[in-house]
Design a protein around this ligand. Structure first.
Ligand code: DX5
Ligand code: ZN
Length: 221
């Protein structure tokens, strides 16, 4: 089993003070920085790109940067994120014409590769690529916005992906993204997640360390 990772989504951070916000969540106990990239095409919102990732590295961020691409097409932007200092690059199979090729591209550039499943995406997309992945990211909301509610069917989906990962015998992370809070993270962990994205639950709270601490305690319980 993998160590627990809390990955605050900077989508809910104060973008006018982004460097400081990232420093603060990392000081407060965050393990990774979750970096949501939206293109107003694959999803109905527009956020940040490789230049902002590079700026965080130049600012001195050494923690893993977990890039979640909600863009179409995928392949064109992957090398830019690898160059900008991304650690993991995850993408949606619906947005890539050649899922296997995109995974190999990400890994050939020295990054870890993740595949993202929307709430309505069947698990079969994992069938012929699971062994090539470093991470499976299950969406527990439809992508595009922070602050949405956790979709309950994601718990059963987590259990099924956990079984597949265990059967593979590989060290593949299982990340959950959307509506994760201190009061539901315990059951989400019990369903099999080891890597937890949380945006609004952390950045909208007054005390980042307290919130992250309560999340880690609930996962460990
Ligand atoms: C949604 C993004 C999420 C989002 C999570 O498309 O992928 O990472 O920021 O935000 P919360 O934790 O507020 O649901
Ligand atoms: Zn995300």
């Amino acid at each position: 089993t993998q160590s627990t990772v809390i990955a605050p989504s900077i989508l809910s951070a104060d973008f006018a003070r982004l460097g400081e916000e990232v420093d603060n969540v990392l000081k407060a106990g965050a393990d990774w920085v979750h970096f949501d990239v939206m293109d107003n095409h694959y999803v109905p919102n527009l956020t940040i790109g490789p230049m902002v990732c590079e700026a965080l590295r130049k600012h001195g961020v050494t923690a893993p940067i977990d890039v979640h691409l909600m863009v179409e097409p995928v392949d064109r932007i992957v090398p830019d994120f690898a160059k900008a200092g991304a650690t993991t690059i995850s993408f949606h199979p619906e947005a890539s014409a050649h899922v296997h090729r995109t995974i190999q591209l990400i890994k050939s550039l020295g990054c870890k590769a993740g595949l993202v499943l929307n709430p309505g995406t069947p698990l079969e997309v994992l069938d012929w690529v699971l062994d090539d992945l470093d991470m499976v990211l299950l969406m527990s909301v439809n992508p595009g916005f922070g602050g949405q509610s956790f979709i309950p069917s994601a718990l059963e989906k987590l259990r099924r992906v956990r079984e597949r990962i265990d059967r593979s015998g590989r060290a593949i992370r299982l990340e959950i993204d959307g509506g994760v809070k201190a009061d539901n993270i315990g059951e989400i962990a019990a369903a099999g997640a080891d890597t937890f994205v949380a945006g609004s639950a952390i950045f909208n709270a007054p005390d980042y360390a307290d919130t992250i601490g309560r999340m880690k305690a609930a996962v460990a319980a």
